[in-house]
Design a protein around this ligand. Sequence first.
Ligand code: DGL
Length: 276
Amino acid sequence: MDTRPIGVFDSGLGGLTAVRELQRELPHEHIVYFGDTGRVPYGTRSAETLLEYAGQDSRFLLRQDVKMIIAACGTVSSVAKEVLDELPVPALGVVEPTAKAAAKATKNGRIGVIATAATIRSGAFERALKELGDYEVFTQACPLFVSLVEAGWIDPDDTVTKQVAERYLQPLKEQNIDTLILGCTHFPLLSPIIDSVLGGKVTLVDAGRETACACAEILTAQDALTDRVENGACRFYVSDRPDGFACVAEMFLGRQVEDTVSRVPMAVLTEQEGAL
Ligand code: DGL
């Protein structure tokens, strides 16, 4: 039994897709979330920069005494996985759990992957799927989706977001995929739009959700769940203005979060010392 919180981080709002599922699966757990909104997007950065950011984000969460860390960020999970492998607590990225779920879901073996440019360039999802079987994989980087989500343009009727989605998804539509990995955790916030552009015929696999389910399995297997009987609390930290984050987070989570969002000065992140 372990009453410490679960730590979750992302470049911004995307990791909330994991938080929403964690709260569903493990309602008694406390969660500490860090969104690096001062440095979003991550998907356009170099591997060197991502290793540095992933280390700083993880170190910040370790200081909050978390029992496990979820990198709810496809980009970090694909490009900076070695940081996660070195952490002194169990850590999980999104690639393996999401690839497994997609392999289970597909019927025709044709799987699409949409993610940030860095994730697509890394080939991480293709490698993970190859280990699971003989699938045809079609990839597409969708970097503008991240900005649209961070700007809060997530309404299913948003015409600009719909047009962007149509342009990005057209090549995948032509490949007769039956399953699509949302390999960036920001993208499930656009699920209704992506689903409608694909004509409701493709199974969408949500990286945040699958990773939260995998986290629940790990903590259960390690007998590290809390014995708290009341619901756990969620505390949010961001590296830029809390109000912008709170506004979109509230839209997505469907509840008030404003009072639980605090800003972490960039210097606190960058000046943390010590090994992971
Ligand atoms: N949500 C992140 C991911 O899953 C990062 C998006 C970004 O910051 O570019 O890749």
